[in-house]
Ligand binder design. Structure first.
Ligand SMILES: Cc1ncc(COP(=O)(O)O)c(C=O)c1O
Length: 389
């Protein structure tokens, strides 16, 4: 976070120029800043949320009722909800253990099986870069190309992450960014669609502004949405761009510190990027896994009084969450794989056990720009103290 001076300046300009509206100089400026940051080749459309960006990406990929879209299962619901908005069916594919992102082999199996079962190809593939970790970009992009299926990168969590030096979100036909309050930079709420060219951006803009056609009067030929980012929020975004690099450096630093301080703690493993040199995660969130054998104080009572579900984090993970909460530290379990949620029951799922296993043992640690080195030490000490002797 900046000291808010830069953000305030742009917000004030919006008021001074009387552009308190979902368009104006800040919206244009924020888009230009993002475009420059992403290398200048792609166009960027500022929107009210990352979810809106996923929705428009799928819409412009031609997804409609009766279609199927392949989505990574191990992710937040916003990756797949827009598939449902469009009357299509998400087909979930499990993760590979190295990155926790979509498994290339399983993806190809799923594509072949969907074609065999339905007689048509899925309309899009939506990999996610979970907690900032790049997915196996080269392999997934090659599969999308081989089957000629549109690649929509859900890079909501990974602004600043790279694969082989390329910014995530600029590799597929579309990329998605989120500027929600907890993200690498924030506009309080907001998002962006990374588009391949100016013409596609124009189409997306039309859908984002109620599909108002370019006439001097109101003319509508499609159903549109009210998805444009406000000039006030875009002002926050412009200010935030000045701290993006330092935020990324901070997240990476926090990750390293957790790695060092937890290195000698038996039963706790910090999730790190593969060592091939291709992966450059922004480490949006540091995640750890708890060995099922690790005993946490009070784990016998962890779910006391709570409804037990078929699939939930292990007792030691919940016990640690409660201990941390009592110490004033908010930690969260990793995302529950989407194929396990009742709302997606009945959607095809191609699983290998990876995401379900990580869901039982995984936990996200505080990693944001306000987390200091002393905070990390306090968090690690609290974890150590929670381990039963
Ligand atoms: C993987 C993923 N996709 C999509 C979104 C949606 O972004 P937003 O909250 O801006 O709608 C989020 C974040 O919240 C996310 O984590």
């Amino acid at each position: 976070m900046s000291d808010s001076g830069a953000e305030q300046k742009y917000i004030q300009e919006a008021f001074d120029t009387k552009w308190v509206a979902p368009l104006g100089a800040n919206v244009d400026g924020f888009e230009a800043d993002l475009k420059r940051y992403l290398g200048g080749e792609k166009e960027v459309l500022a929107l009210v949320s990352g979810t809106a960006a996923v929705h428009l990406a799928l819409l412009l990929s031609g997804v409609g009722p009766g279609d199927e879209v392949i989505a990574q299962s191990f992710t937040f619901c916003a990756t797949a909800n827009p598939v449902k908005y469009l009357g299509a069916t998400p087909v979930f594919v499990d993760s590979e253990p190295g990155t926790w992102n979509i498994d290339p082999d399983l993806l190809e199996q799923a594509i072949k099986d969907r074609i065999a079962k339905t007689g048509k190809k899925p309309k899009a593939i939506v990999p996610v870069s979970l907690y900032g970790m790049p997915y196996q970009v080269d392999k997934i992009a090659a599969i999308a190309k081989k089957y000629d299926i549109t690649l929509v990168e859900d890079t909501a969590e990974s602004l600043g992450s790279k694969f082989n030096g390329h910014n995530l979100g600029t590799i597929g036909r579309f990329g998605v960014l989120s500027f929600n309050g907890n993200k690498m930079i924030t506009t309080s709420g907001g998002g962006a669609l990374i588009c391949p060219d100016e013409q596609t951006k124009k189409k997306a803009l039309c859908f984002a502004t109620q599909a108002r056609e370019n006439f001097p009067f109101y003319q509508h030929e499609n159903i549109g949405y009210n998805y444009r980012l406000s000039n006030i929020c875009a002002g926050i975004g412009r200010g935030q761009m000045s701290v993006l690099e330092s935020n990324i450096a901070h997240h990476k630093h926090v990750q390293k510190l957790y790695e060092q301080l937890l290195d000698d703690v038996p039963g706790i493993k910090v999730h790190t990027q593969p060592a091939s040199g291709q992966f450059d995660s922004n480490y949006w969130l540091c995640t750890i896994c708890l060995d099922p054998e690790l005993r946490i104080v009070g784990q016998e009572r962890a779910y006391e009084g709570a409804i037990r579900l078929d699939s939930q984090p292990n007792d030691n993970v919940e016990a640690l969450r409660l201990m941390m909460d009592a110490a004033g530290i908010e930690v969260r379990p990793v995302w529950k794989p989407l194929h396990l949620h009742p709302v997606f029951a009945g959607c095809p799922a191609y699983t290998n056990g990876v995401s379900e296993a990580v869901f039982k043992v995984g936990m996200c640690l505080p990693s944001g720009p306000y987390v200091s080195d002393d905070d990390v030490r306090y968090i690690v000490d609290t974890i150590k103290n929670a381990i039963a002797n």
